[in-house]
Design a protein around this ligand. Structure first.
Ligand code: PLP
Length: 403
């Protein structure tokens, strides 16, 4: 064993494919190759000015010391007001935590509750971070494949069959990264009926894409459907996606006070709390005007329509029409076994994504990253022009494949 060998808890844990593909796309670009990166889930617009101004004001007024570990009173109040205003949910400050991104909220929650061997149910396709955080915390991710023909959604039968005495959490993400699928009230109700039958199972509901729902559908939150499950639900959210604040690293959650206080204990030993300046900015985001959020959702819906239509014109690709977030998750199973002009066989979606990147200059993320092979994820949080060119290249790439 070398001095700096990895701990066992990191077995199988690598930097996510999303980050690696983005880096590879950057390297190709540095070599002068024209690559369109559609790999990252990051809005292409700038953080609104009122939010930036609040951060500058925080700096100028000396709001630059260690914040309270679980979040500044100002941001916790803004989060409380947001839940009341937008979700009709009442939380006390002791039921709210602010962290360095929603990602740290998830880490805190699992670190605080998962014992070695505990199981966490994760419907696939999922955001790969879920699986890896569960593993780092010593838990066992119980992955349930949710097929495209059921809209990538978990059914109550699948959930019932997956629950064991070791189940600790059910992780839900609606609207979803990577599929864009969003549960209806009825579908959530069916799942919560099963959860109700199993008092040892808690629900972690990641609602970070709540503002991005389409076709006239509004977001449905778990606690709106099952308010009686409040003592075992953690609602996760953040400002990254709604306000184009991915770099500010502020996320938050609301749940039972005892869980929140355990999460604050974890956080105290990891970051001591989120940046005071980022928190001032996030408070301005939540308290400020919300019209930009709605305007962006309308813009994303247009991009979705165009991307879905163009991908469905590509040979061997089938792209369902998702009803939320800013991702599409098409199937490329129709390309299995085909050959590239250079003679390479497409034996997996990884091969197809590699071919897209290296031969056609489009970076997308293979389904393996999300637990569902023979698919790939495209983020359409990019300028329409880049999306059009990228989709044309995908059409061209699939047309050039031979039997
Ligand atoms: N949850 C989901 C489903 C996500 O897709 C992301 C980011 O991609 C996050 C949480 C994390 O967001 P952040 O840590 O930027 O708040």
């Amino acid at each position: 064993m070398s001095e700096l060998s990895r701990a066992d808890r990191l077995d199988g844990i690598e930097l996510s494919l999303i980050v690696r593909i983005q880096a590879l796309a950057g390297e190709l670009r540095d070599k002068g190759i024209d690559v369109i990166g559609l790999g990252t889930g990051e809005p292409d617009f700038d953080t609104p000015q009122n939010i930036k101004d609040a951060a500058v004001a925080a700096i100028q007024s000396g709001d630059t010391k260690y914040p309270l570990t679980g979040g500044t009173p100002a941001l916790k109040t803004a989060v409380r007001d947001k839940f009341a205003r937008e979700n009709g949910l009442e939380f006390a400050p002791s039921e709210i935590i602010v962290s360095t991104g929603a990602k740290q909220v998830l880490f805190n929650a699992l670190m605080a509750t998962v014992n070695p061997g505990d199981e966490v149910i994760i419907p696939a396709p999922f955001w790969g971070v879920y699986r890896d955080i569960v593993r780092i915390c010593g838990g066992i991710p119980v992955i349930i494949e949710c097929a495209q023909d059921n809209g990538f959604l978990l059914t109550s039968e699948q959930l019932r069959a997956a629950i064991s005495p070791r189940t600790r959490w059910l992780m839900l993400n609606s609207p979803s990264n990577p599929s864009g699928a969003a549960y209806s009230g009825e579908q959530l109700d069916a799942l919560m009926t099963v959860v109700r039958e199993h008092p040892h199972v808690a629900v972690l509901s990641d609602e970070i894409y709540e503002h991005l729902t389409y076709d006239g559908n509004a977001h449905v939150g778990v606690l709106n459907i099952a308010p009686d499950l409040r003592d075992r639900c953690l609602i996760v959210n953040g400002v990254s996606k709604a306000y184009a604040m991915t770099g500010w690293r502020i996320g938050y959650a609301a749940g039972p006070a005892s869980l929140i206080s355990s999460m604050v204990a974890v956080q105290g030993h990891v970051t001591s709390g989120a940046s005071s300046i980022g928190q001032a900015a996030a408070a301005a985001a939540l308290n400020g005007p919300q019209d930009e959020v709605r305007r962006r959702a309308v813009e994303f819906e247009k991009r979705r329509d165009r991307v879905v239509s163009m991908l469905n014109q590509a040979h061997g690709i089938h792209c369902p029409n998702p009803n939320g977030a800013f991702y599409v998750f098409p199937s490329c199973a129709g390309l299995q076994g085909k050959r590239t002009p250079a003679g390479a066989v497409i034996a997996s979606e990884l091969d197809f994504c590699d071919y897209l990147l290296k031969d056609h200059g489009v970076a997308v993320v293979p389904g393996a990253e999300f637990g569902l092979p023979w698919h790939f994820r495209i983020s359409y949080a990019y300028a329409q022009e880049s999306l059009n060119t990228a989709c044309e290249r995908i059409q061209q790439a699939s047309a050039e494949l031979r039997d």
